[in-house]
Write a protein of this length. Structure first.
Length: 74
């Protein structure tokens, strides 16, 4: 469950970082915070991937999201 949580939070941080970077570049600002979000998100995804024997595949990602959301709802 912990590795699923790392994967899910990492994916969400990466997804949030992309529009923030585009908005910063559109305002002619440096996307420093979005770069930090992106790096932390990638680090969490990588850490979660290395902790699972055999790693995650793309087919495992939706299952990880479902397990994390199901764990929160129960």
């Amino acid at each position: 469950m912990d590795t699923d949580l790392y994967l899910v939070i990492g994916c969400l941080l990466v997804v949030i970082a992309i529009p923030r970077a585009v908005a910063a570049l559109a305002d002619l600002r440096k996307p420093v915070f979005s770069l930090l979000l992106f790096l932390v998100g990638c680090g969490l995804v990588f850490y979660g991937h290395t902790q699972v024997p055999g790693g995650y595949t793309f087919a495992d990602v939706p299952n990880a999201f479902a397990r994390v959301i199901g764990g929160w709802l129960n």
